[in-house]
Design a protein around this ligand. Structure first.
Ligand code: GDP
Length: 303
């Protein structure tokens, strides 16, 4: 229900346009496809993904000998789901954490995308599932980042390990891992600095943090979650490209989906980068983090 509500802007934008389109063109022809293309690009589905989708749709229309546009809503939904899932059909994907022993998850992303908020929400979510959680204040660069994480720690009721501003993030994470082991914590969520201005520094910092984690905990980090802001559209896409070049991103959290009519960015990210969108942010509250369900998302667009 929350998922539906959070997507209302995207849904209203997309479904009303598709409905108008179906009413305007009764026959499936070139003009129909041309306008559909515009609608999809307008919803931030991304040019490459749109081209692929239109091609698939044209083939399907031929194959099934579809003449009437009223049948197209169903066909578009089917193809959108297919495009999202590729050959894998993974469905909903949760955070990759162990059932016993310490799991470590790294959060990366540029400032302002909602990284700190997402870590807070995730801590709450895991706690609700009965897990013990700890936070590592690994963003020692952005002013106020440490304090902000502490506020979330208090709100959710989990410990935060920190050093002073400007200190070495790898040292913070090392301490956090030791503390998490000592206290028998299930999941350690690590914040990191998000300066994209200097790609080499960022890469060095992230790889140092990762090295510390994997040395101290077998199979860690268990997930590297890239946090992206859905309202930034194609900018989010280019951030995703840059981060996946600098580090092995294993999952995406797409925040602020409630604040945009262009939720199609989810499809573009999945299709063009082949990284699963695991969670979406649908508001500023602790409870506003939901798993991403591709079926519910696509069919919800027409609901
Ligand atoms: P960070 O710099 O990446 O750590 O970003 P913050 O966590 O400080 O978030 C930046 C702003 O975005 C804050 O005002 C958050 O409340 C807001 N925010 C984060 N996630 C969401 C979301 O899913 N929906 C909405 N509407 N706002 C969000």
């Amino acid at each position: 229900d929350k998922f539906k509500k959070g997507l209302s802007k995207t849904r209203n934008n997309f479904s009303s346009k598709v409905n108008d389109l179906v009413a305007k063109y009764r026959k499936v022809d070139e003009d129909f496809f041309e306008e559909l293309e515009e609608i999809l690009i307008g919803a931030d589905v991304g040019v490459n993904t749109v081209m692929e989708l239109i091609e698939e749709l044209e083939m399907e229309v031929k194959r099934r000998n579809i003449k009437d546009t009223s049948e197209m809503r169903e066909v578009i939904s089917e193809k959108l789901v297919e495009i999202y899932q590729g050959d894998e059909n993974e469905g909903v994907q949760e955070l990759n954490v162990n059932n016993d022993g310490l799991s470590v998850v790294l959060f990366v992303g540029v400032n302002g995308v909602g990284k700190t908020t997402t870590i807070g929400k995730m801590a709450h979510r895991l706690k609700q599932e009965g897990k013990t959680v700890m936070l590592a204040a690994g963003d020692t660069f952005r002013a106020g980042a440490i304090e902000q994480l502490e506020v979330w720690g208090e709100r959710v009721g989990v410990d935060v390990i920190k050093h002073s501003a400007g200190s070495d993030p790898a040292a913070v994470v090392y301490d956090a891992v030791q503390a998490a082991k000592a206290r028998g914590v299930d999941v350690l969520l690590c914040d990191t600095a998000g300066r994209l201005q200097n790609k080499v520094n960022l890469m060095n910092e992230l790889s140092k943090v990762k090295k510390v984690i994997s040395r101290e905990v077998p199979d860690a980090p268990h997930d590297v979650m890239l946090v992206l802001d859905a309202t930034t559209g194609q900018n989010a896409m280019s951030q995703a490209k840059t981060f996946s070049e600098t580090t092995d991103v294993t999952g995406i959290v797409l925040t602020k989906l409630d604040g945009t009519a262009k939720g199609g960015i989810v499809l573009a990210i999945r299709n063009e980068l082949n990284i699963p969108v695991k969670y979406v942010g649908l508001g500023e509250k602790m409870t506003d983090l939901q798993t991403f369900d591709p079926d519910a998302f696509v069919y919800g667009l027409f609901a």
